[in-house]
Unconditional design. Structure first.
Lengths: 252, 282
């Protein structure tokens, strides 16, 4: 299998006349954790949302350029298939409040009308919850509503929901910014586990987090991809001045 | 500030509180008064016979309102069948596409529609349905009532859905769900208590409407289940019989008033219960 999974060439994205992602070229390797960092408003979240075509849901949002997964153009595929291949976890945990924990995990199948035998559903739920280290905590309360869990558990439930669809890529939009430090470290540990099966792209404000969890780091500034390299190099020996200034805290 | 001034201000504050309390209490009185008056006048007329027989001709005592009861239920049921799907779908459009030109005009028209007098809607239904179809029918009455229900259903659906966090929809879209599944499997179920309470209020609102039915359902002294033919309804029966010179008929009207009032009261209580019970904790 080829090592690059997501590739963008001359990728641009805008909200109306506001050009927020400028000419981004990036190759994302399979089974790696990629951190995308940068100051607020630098276009990192917008770029992330372009990868699974969530960007276009916002009125007035446009994008151009090439974005491929396994050398297939994402923008030639139907968004529904793209989003099943590329899962997403949001800033705030957003389990479906009307569904039980069990149904939340299986939501991608159930709500899409994909019929599965009960045994298969049970297997997916247990497998996904085990993956996100939540199975032991909730296995006796699978029929309770997802919104009764703590914030950190809810976020892991949302990760389980994305994982249940067996996507190739998982996108995380500041996944720990609404969580307390203990939940944050639980979620960060997950990234290492999930890397074996998925490619993870994590947008984060938090440089320490980027340094802790990622193999490669991309630095966005004012809509441009300033630098993209091994995380170790980015944090010890960045080539660009702006990266240097950002990681040393001269601006944020 | 000296002590006298402070005392004066505290006094004013008390007076303001007492005045608001009095007026809040005063708002309860009309309903209690109406309830008491109608129930006192009508409750004795109600018995099993009253509920299951049709009105007797002039001169015979007794008789009941089953034709009007059945008629009201059928007419409102048909009106709901028309108004609820249209109203909910339009409400979804408005909450999803709040800023389009169509949404602007739709909202404006719905607001004005809400203010159109019911008698006018009755006349329009007469010219559009009764005349072309060649006769009075319960169905044309249902259409007139459905038009009156629409604004309430549309606006309550819109307002309910607009209050739901956008993260809910994003979660659904990010799982690769198509628009209709996001709406009907996620957004509407989460907002169902608000939507249902709008629907119930709309039903309560049209239950007592007489004017649109005068030119459409027309009334019928006999029990009928045929919605393509004239049909009696509770408010229409009250209108006809209360203005008649016969005591037996007036008694029927009093009894029917109690039934109508209880119906609306129960609907409102039921709405409150549903809203509480089916509310999805976000």
């Amino acid at each position: 299998m080829e090592s690059t999974i997501i590739k963008s060439r001359n990728f641009n994205a805008s909200f109306g006349s506001n050009h927020v992602v400028k000419n981004v070229n990036i190759d994302i390797p399979r089974n790696h954790v990629i951190a995308v960092m940068g100051p607020s408003g630098c276009g990192k979240t917008t770029y992330l949302r372009c990868i699974n075509r969530m960007h276009e849901l916002i009125p007035g949002a446009t994008s151009e350029g090439e974005m491929t997964i396994n050398n297939e153009n994402i923008y030639d595929m139907h968004p529904i298939f793209v989003r099943q291949k590329i899962g997403m976890v949001f800033q705030r945990p957003n389990p479906f409040p009307n569904l039980s924990i069990y149904d939340n995990v299986i939501a991608g199948y159930k709500l899409n009308g994909i019929k599965l035998p009960k045994a298969e559903r049970d297997r997916i739920v247990e497998h996904s919850l085990t993956r996100v280290a939540l199975w032991k905590e909730v296995k006796d309360s699978l029929n309770k509503k997802g919104s009764f869990l703590s914030g950190g558990q809810q976020q892991r439930l949302c990760i389980a929901r994305a994982v249940a669809m067996e996507p190739e890529v998982l996108l995380f939009d500041e996944p720990t910014s609404a969580l307390d430090p203990i939940s944050t470290s639980t979620v960060e540990e997950l990234f290492h586990e999930l890397k074996a099966n998925y490619t993870l792209i994590i947008v984060t404000h938090n440089m320490q987090q980027a340094a802790r969890v990622s193999d490669k780091t991309a630095f966005f500034y004012l809509g441009e991809l300033v630098e993209y390299d091994e995380t170790k190099i980015m944090f010890t020996n960045p080539k660009d001045n702006r990266t240097q200034n950002y990681i040393t805290g001269r601006f944020s | 500030m000296d002590g006298k001034n402070i005392k004066y201000r505290i006094g004013k504050s008390y007076v303001a509180q007492i005045v608001t309390t009095i007026f809040a209490f005063a708002c309860v009185i009309p309903l209690l008064f109406i309830l008491g008056f109608i129930i006192k006048a009508g409750i004795t007329k109600i018995n099993w016979h009253f509920l299951v027989s049709i009105p007797k001709p002039v001169g015979e005592s007794g008789g009941g309102i089953v034709n009007a009861l059945v008629g009201s239920i059928l007419i409102i049921f048909c009106a709901s069948l028309i108004a609820i799907p249209i109203g909910i779908l339009a409400g979804i459009y408005l909450s999803e596409n709040g800023k389009t030109r169509l949404a602007y005009w739709c909202r404006l028209c719905v607001d004005i529609l809400q203010g159109v007098p019911s008698i006018v809607i009755g006349i329009i239904a007469y010219f559009w349905l009764v005349k072309p179809l060649g006769g009075f029918s319960a169905l044309s009455g249902s259409v007139a009532l459905a038009i009156m229900m629409l604004p309430i259903v549309i606006r309550s659906t819109e307002e309910t859905l607009k209050l739901l966090p956008s993260s809910l929809q994003e979660a659904a879209f990010a799982l690769g769900m198509p628009f209709h599944r996001v709406m009907f499997k996620v957004v509407v179920p989460v907002g169902i208590s608000g939507i249902l309470s709008g629907v119930m209020l709309a039903i309560a609102r049209i239950t007592g409407e007489t004017a649109p039915l005068l030119f459409t359902a027309f009334g019928n002294p006999y029990l009928s289940f045929n919605i393509t033919k004239p049909m009696q309804s509770l408010p229409h029966l009250i209108y006809d019989y209360a203005t008649s010179p016969y005591d037996d008929w007036k008694n029927l009207a009093w009894g029917a008033s109690v039934i109508l009032l209880l119906w609306v009261l129960l609907l409102n209580i039921f709405t409150k219960l549903i809203t509480r019970k089916w509310k999805v904790q976000l």
